[in-house]
Design a protein. Structure first.
Length: 260
């Protein structure tokens, strides 16, 4: 199997969690990959893993260290995209932050952690779309959230849910605007999935035990794995989903269907 080395999949937040799982699946299919993250060690480790997967395809792997919370870094990332010598055919916006907090306890600073991330995603996506238009098309998948659809009392998440609901709306508006440019835009909305996103408020050594309490929350009877989400993302990016745009898929173990 041979793919063009000049066609790339860009995964924002691709050094861990759902983003890395998606990057690995795409690498296994022979895609050239660009991952973006802010932790140098995680990026380096992820790059090594991806290079092993792409070796037989002679595909390229780039790891760009950028901080979506830093304006200068975001501008640098946008400049990289603007001058990139290749077709960024696929974009996955997988960067995220989650720290449940009561509405009355939110400060401006932690509110901005969510909204600032959305702002960065907005303008980075804009730069990628310009690249896609110049190369006659592409596919975008945003990682939204079940929390954007409904509130869960055990995890008060007003700011997070507000940001993710905005990302869902962003997905649908882009799908309408970009259809004529041969660019499809979709989103996935996971429920509880074991990823490092929970490390912001749960000790990693206690994560398995803490998340096990959410198994019964899902009608299927277990929390999600990163590959459960990556499977859906890679399908939405593929030609098999060529008639799908503007969709927000609940990849949630049945949570939005009902409760046990």
């Amino acid at each position: 199997m041979t793919k063009s080395n000049n066609v790339y999949s860009l995964i924002i937040g691709g050094s861990s969690g759902m983003g890395l799982a998606t990057a690995q699946q795409l690498a296994e299919q022979g895609h050239s990959i660009i991952i973006v993250g802010r932790d140098a060690d995680k990026l380096a480790s992820a790059k090594v893993r991806l290079e092993l997967l792409t070796r037989e395809f002679n595909s390229q792997v780039h790891a760009w260290q950028e901080d979506l919370y830093d304006t200068e870094s975001v501008n640098h990332l946008i400049a990289r995209i603007d001058t990139f010598d290749g077709h960024i055919k696929q974009l996955v916006n997988a960067a995220g932050y989650f720290n449940p907090k009561a509405f009355s306890e939110h400060s401006v600073d932690d509110y901005e952690l969510y909204m600032g991330l959305n702002r960065s995603i907005f303008f980075v996506t804009q730069a990628v779309v310009n690249n896609m238009k110049a190369h006659h098309g592409g596919e975008i998948v945003n990682i939204g959230s079940m929390w954007a659809h409904q509130a869960i009392k055990a995890t008060p998440s007003s700011a997070y849910s507000m940001a993710k609901a905005g990302l869902h709306a962003f997905t649908q508006h882009l799908a309408m605007e970009l259809a004529d440019s041969n660019i499809r835009v979709n989103a996935v909305a996971p429920a509880v999935v074991k990823t490092p996103i929970y490390n912001s408020f749960i000790d990693p050594s206690e994560l398995d035990q803490a998340l096990a309490g959410f198994n019964a929350f899902h009608p299927i009877g277990r929390i999600g794995k990163v590959d459960d989400i990556a499977n859906a993302i890679t399908f939405l990016l593929s030609d098999k989903a060529s008639w799908v745009t503007g969709a927000i898929w609940n990849i949630d173990g049945g949570v939005m269907a009902g409760r046990n």
